[in-house]
Design a protein around this ligand. Structure first.
Ligand code: CDP
Ligand code: MG
Length: 775
């Protein structure tokens, strides 16, 4: 073995030298040498050789991600030990892992999957010669589940730690625990902005190295300057464009009574005129910060983009928006614009977390001469991906961030203000190739009120998945483990998560993983959806459940254009066929699309039904991948017809949806003329406008199960499905698949009752399967 590796190492060295001496290789080396990281190369290599942990910070674009892991790879190869090293570099997002691996392979003059590869959830390119692997932090965590010591790995880079993503914080706890057992393992933490000290302290004073960067100066303009520059009028709320107006008064009604509208108008004006703003109380200023961006709307962004295209020098534009919905609506609006929508003058591309791979490539493409590239992006373009030719940045100042209300156990998804660190980061994107411009679409005074850094994700999201993973790491008590975090989460949040996992039957009373829990850790999805998949497989109604789970993991394929909400709602309700279920509507829409594809009319089908072809495509590919994994676990059979023996049984599919989404459940309360919905904790919830259930006056089911409860001032439930009492009793909670003998006895009592319903068939099946699982 040793000999084989030595021979391979020599081959690697020869290949590397040949490339470095080739004309293209030299050209590439010249570029790489121009990056700020290059000057620090020797110092870094020495530090890494001497210390088990180091922390490296440097401006975005200085070469941390593409260069540092590569320096190690190259120096190992050069010293004839190439085949012995195994470097992992984690990224918070799929797209950055993929694009960086692609780039580093190109820099080495090799195809992807040779020395350099990547692995992200359900996808990857790597081979037996891969010695540098870019992967998402989730993938490394998953590997740690089965390989506690990371055997064979020589170097681990954890990138973008400044973002304080949940997986990164989690990784740090696990790695910190691992280091004493693996003295030879090297850990390198990389961060963009300067809070290196925090991490260095966490690892007992690990040396911190800063790479001094070079960026061109970027001129900053705030809303007040932008208004002057574009001549855009924002004098009172009556003239604020429709989008903002509608959104603002709809969502903020409770916060800002109409009668205060004038007061607020004056406040905005004063803020913009920089006049007497200082005289306002801090509370008034905070409330300005609270709703300011809603009044900005797309028209102002359009005006700024027009200004850039007409008056400014060449260079690509990067627009930071809050989320996919806003991006796609703005894109539609811009496409209809005579200048911005003209493909001969503007190349409009979008960049967000769940886009397809082909789309990702577009972002990096150079447009033809005289065509200006405009990238509409979420905050993922902030630090982890580098688009080279950006000269102009338009920053809306907000990012959609999940916050978690532990007290009410509800995740809230609200666009909220970014931090000062993020704003600086966004601005920095403009100065990479030449001096740039940054337009912040909020007043300077609002910027001054931003927090320095964003709250770590561990402190603002539900911990369900995380706790399940901790459990499968076999590191003891969840609470104790998490208390070792950089900033530990509240114990209430931890208790909620443990309670949830017990309720769905993933943990037993003693907090040990059940059979179901063990299966769930194998599936790279939210535990709720994982349970739904497993149940769909066990009960032979796999196909529809597969579609639902994939749809819920990607995003809603039903589009809801601002100006055609009614038409879109009607189109969606055509798929519901009175089954009172958004999930079933999704299944029908997907199946219709497959059918239309076979007939060659997919485009027309999507257009007519307000469906996103892109999303359906993404759902389709996720379906395939889940199918593959489930086959791997042995839960579904090779024979597809057998897996779908009961797919036609609507009640069963409904029951499986319930088994996955429980305890997301609301009772339907009928009054004389209206209907309202109450969750278990007696809180009132509302249906999203384009839920099929929002179109009915009555719903003939006592319960709605839902996937997500989101707080946007009031609490909304997104997709829902009506279920009966019997389904709820049988399939809600840990009962089904809970693998607890006592429950089976309890079920016996209900058997006659359910014989009348066509649930009898699936009930017997349930018993049979549970019996099997219990053996
Ligand atoms: O990680 P960091 O932000 O420090 O920089 P990087 O991602 O390693 O990128 C270093 C340089 O490589 C960038 O400044 C780009 O010029 C170049 N690069 C590229 O051309 N194409 C990519 N896909 C990624 C980086
Ligand atoms: Mg980077």
């Amino acid at each position: 073995m040793e000999r084989v590796l030595q021979r391979r190492s020599l081959r690697m060295r020869n290949m590397q030298r040949a490339w470095q001496e080739s004309p293209e290789g030299r050209k590439m080396m010249d570029f790489r040498k121009s990056l700020p990281a290059f000057k620090e190369k020797e110092r870094l290599l020495q530090a890494i050789a001497k210390n088990q942990v180091i922390v490296i910070s440097g401006e975005t674009g200085c070469g941390k991600t593409t260069q540092l892991p590569q320096y190690i790879l190259e120096s190992e190869i050069e010293s004839g030990r190439g085949a012995f090293c195994s470097i992992i570099c984690t990224q918070p997002r799929r797209i950055s892992a993929m694009s960086v691996a692609d780039r580093v392979s190109a820099e080495r003059g090799e195809p992807l999957g040779e020395a350099v590869g990547y692995k992200v959830r359900l996808e990857g390119v790597k081979g037996k010669n891969t010695h540098l692997l870019f992967c998402t932090s989730g993938i490394l965590l998953r590997r740690l589940l089965s390989d506690h010591n990371l055997n064979g790995i020589t170097h681990v880079f954890v990138d973008e730690i400044h973002e304080r993503g949940m997986n990164e914080d989690f990784l740090l706890i696990v790695l910190k625990d691992l280091l004493p057992r693996r003295q030879d393992l090297r850990l390198i933490l990389m961060s963009a902005t300067l809070n290196a000290e925090l991490f260095s302290n966490y690892f007992g004073g690990a040396p911190a190295i800063h790479i001094p960067g070079f960026t061109y100066p970027v001129r900053t303009q705030f809303l007040e300057d932008v208004l002057e520059m574009t001549g855009y009028k924002l004098t009172s709320f009556n003239q604020i464009d429709d989008y903002g107006q509608e959104k603002m008064w709809k969502t903020q009604r409770q916060l800002v009574p109409r009668k205060r509208k004038n007061q607020i108008t004056t406040l905005v004006e004063d803020a913009l005129n920089k006049s007497s703003f200082e005289n306002y109380s801090s509370r008034a200023r905070d409330s300005l910060a609270c709703w300011m961006p809603d009044c900005i709307g797309f028209n102002l962004i359009e005006a700024v983009l027009c200004h850039i295209c007409r008056k400014e020098r060449p260079g690509a534009v990067l627009v930071f928006m809050t989320g996919w919905e806003d991006i796609s609506s703005l894109r539609d609006q811009l496409k209809a614009h005579p200048l911005l929508g003209d493909p001969n003058r503007v190349l409009l591309v979008t960049c967000h977390g769940s886009m397809a791979t082909s789309e990702q490539k577009l972002i990096f493409e150079k447009p033809p001469p005289n065509v200006r590239k405009i990238v509409l992006a979420t905050n993922m373009a902030e630090a982890s991906i580098t688009i080279n030719d950006i000269v102009f940045v338009v920053d809306c100042g907000k990012a959609k961030e999940t916050t978690y209300d532990a007290l009410n156990n509800t995740p809230c998804l609200l666009p909220s203000w970014i931090s000062k660190a993020s704003a600086r980061q966004r601005k920095g994107r403009a100065g990479r190739v030449q001096p740039g411009e940054c337009y912040h679409l909020y007043p300077r005074c609002v910027y001054e009120a931003f927090a320095e850094y964003q709250l770590p994700e561990l402190l603002r999201t539900p911990l369900n998945s995380l706790c399940l993973q901790i459990k499968s790491l076999q590191v003891g008590s969840i609470g104790e483990f998490l208390s070792a975090a950089l900033q530990p989460p509240e114990s209430l949040a931890v208790q909620n998560a443990i309670g949830f996992l017990k309720m769905i039957g993933a943990l037993d009373e003693k907090e040990n993983l059940t059979n179901l829990g063990k299966y769930l850790t194998m599936l790279p999805v939210d535990p709720k959806l994982g349970k739904m998949l497993i149940m769909g497989a066990i009960f032979h109604c796999f196909d529809p459940v597969l579609t639902i789970v994939s749809g819920l993991s990607v995003r809603d394929p039903f589009l809801l254009p601002q100006d055609k909400k009614d038409l879109a709602g009607t189109a969606k309700s055509r798929f519901s066929a009175k089954d009172y279920s958004d999930h079933m509507a999704l299944v029908r829409a997907y199946e219709g699309w497959k059918e239309a594809e076979r007939e060659g009319s997919a485009y027309e089908y999507c257009w007519r039904n307000f469906l996103s072809a892109q999303t359906l495509q993404a759902i389709h590919s996720l379906r395939k991948q889940f199918n593959f994994i489930l086959k791997d676990t042995g839960l579904v059979e090779e024979d597809a017809s057998n897996n779908n023996k009961l797919s036609h049984n609507q009640s069963l599919v409904r029951a499986i949806i319930c088994s996955g989404l429980y305890p997301g459940i609301a009772s339907v309360v009928h009054r004389e003329t209206s209907m309202s919905f109450k969750t278990m904790d007696d809180g009132q919830v509302f249906l999203y406008a384009n839920s099929v259930n929002a179109r009915y006056e009555t719903i003939p089911y006592p319960w709605l199960v839902f996937g997500e409860k989101v707080k946007v001032n009031t609490v909304f439930i997104r997709d829902s499905t009506g279920v009966s009492d019997s389904i709820l009793i049988l399939f809600g909670g840990a009962l089904a698949c809970g693998v607890q003998a006592g429950h089976l006895k309890m079920l016996d009592g209900y058997i006659d009752f359910f014989m009348d319903h066509n649930l009898a068939e699936c009930f017997l099946k349930l018993k049979e399967e549970l019996d099997k699982l219990l053996q």
